[in-house]
Design a protein around this ligand. Sequence first.
Ligand SMILES: *Cc1c(COP(=O)(O)O)cnc(C)c1O
Length: 386
Amino acid sequence: MAAKPLGEPETKQEQEQLLSARIPVAAPVLDGREAEYVAECIETEWISSNGRFISAFESAFAEFCGVKHAIAVNNGTTALHLALVALGIEAGDEVIVPTLTYIASANCVRYCNAVPVLVDSDRQTMNMDPAKVAAAVTPKTKAIIPVHLYGHPVDMDPLREIADKHGLFLVEDAAEAIGASYKDKRVGGLGHCATFSFFGNKIITTGEGGMVTTDDDELAAKLRLFKGQGMDPNRRYWFNVVGYNYRMTNVAAAIGLAQMERVDQHLSRRAQVASAYNAKLSALADFIELPVTANWATHSHWMYVITLKDSVAKSRDAVMAALDKENIETRPVFYPMHHMPPYQEDRTYPIAEHLSARGINLPTHGRMTERDIDRVVDALRRAVID
Ligand SMILES: *Cc1c(COP(=O)(O)O)cnc(C)c1O
C-alpha cells in the first residue's frame, strides 16, 4: 500500500491549534492493529512472556531483515548485552565502539567487564570510521560494534575485512536503523548478529523492547538460553549457566507485530519527512549542513540531523533554545562517550566532537504534517540568520 500524503488538518480550529501546538522531536505512530492485539492479550490472559505474539513478532521481524533468527528481548540495551554474552565476551576483552553513539553501545561492553575502545567518526555518515577501527585493533580485541547512527548504515565492507583478518565478531547496533540497507542488504544481517530497540521514540516501538537477529543457529540457541535465565531447554528448572531474565512480554510483542504489519508505511512516512526537509532547508546551505546519504546506502531516517556551519555565530544550544521558544522540541546530537564521566579520556576525537558540538536533531516522526515541517524550517531560518 502506498503511503498517504503527509496529513493535513481539516477544520479551521484544528489548523489554529496545530499552528501553535508543540512539535515533539519524536512520536510513536500506533495506527494499525495495536489496540486490537493488546486487547486480545488481556482477554486471553496471555500477558506475560509466553503467547502467540512473541513468535509471530519474531518471525515477522526475521523475515523483514532477511535473517534466519530474531530473538525478542525487553529492551535494546539488554539486546546488546545478551549479544556480547552469547558471543563469549569476557573480562579484559576489548570491543571497538564509536565515541559518537548512545551510551548503551558502550555500557554493554562494561557489563561484561570488557573494555570499550573508542574510535572517531566519519565526517559524512557520522558513523565509526573504518580506518580508525583498523588502527584500534590490538591482540585483545574481540569484537566491533558498528552503530548505524540516526539510521544511516555503517560502511560495512571495510569492517568485515578487518574482522575477518583478525577473527573479530561484528555486532551491529541497529537500534536506530530498522529498514536501512547497505548495498541492497538490510541491516540486521550484516554481521554475526545485530540488535534493535523498540523504545517509544524509535522507528518501530513496543513501549520498551528489543531484538537480536542472527543467521547463526548455534548463536541463536545461546541467545535464547541466556535470555531465559539459562534454563536447560530440555530440563525445566535446571540451569547450567548464569543467565538473565531479558524476556519480552506478549503484550509488548502484540504492539510490535502490529507495528511490523505497517513497517513499510512507517518507513516511507519518515522518508517523506526527510525529503521535505531536504527540499526546504537547501536554501539555508550557507548556514547549515544537511545530512547526506552515501550512494551505497538506504537511510531509515530515524532522526534528521543538521550541523551548524561556522557562519552561524550562535551556539548550538542557543539555536535549540530559539526553536524551543517557538514550541519546537529538538535534541542535541549525542555527547561523545569520551566527554562523559564513565568513559572520560584526555585524547581528542575531533570529528565526533565537532558533530556533537554543532549538531541538532530536528523533529522526525511519522505524524508530522507539511505545516509542522514549514514551522520547523521557518523557525530554524530565523534562528540561524539573526
Ligand atoms: C535506543 C538505543 C539503544 C538502546 O535501546 P533501549 O531500548 O533504549 O535500551 C542502543 N543503542 C542505540 C544506538 C540506541 O539509539
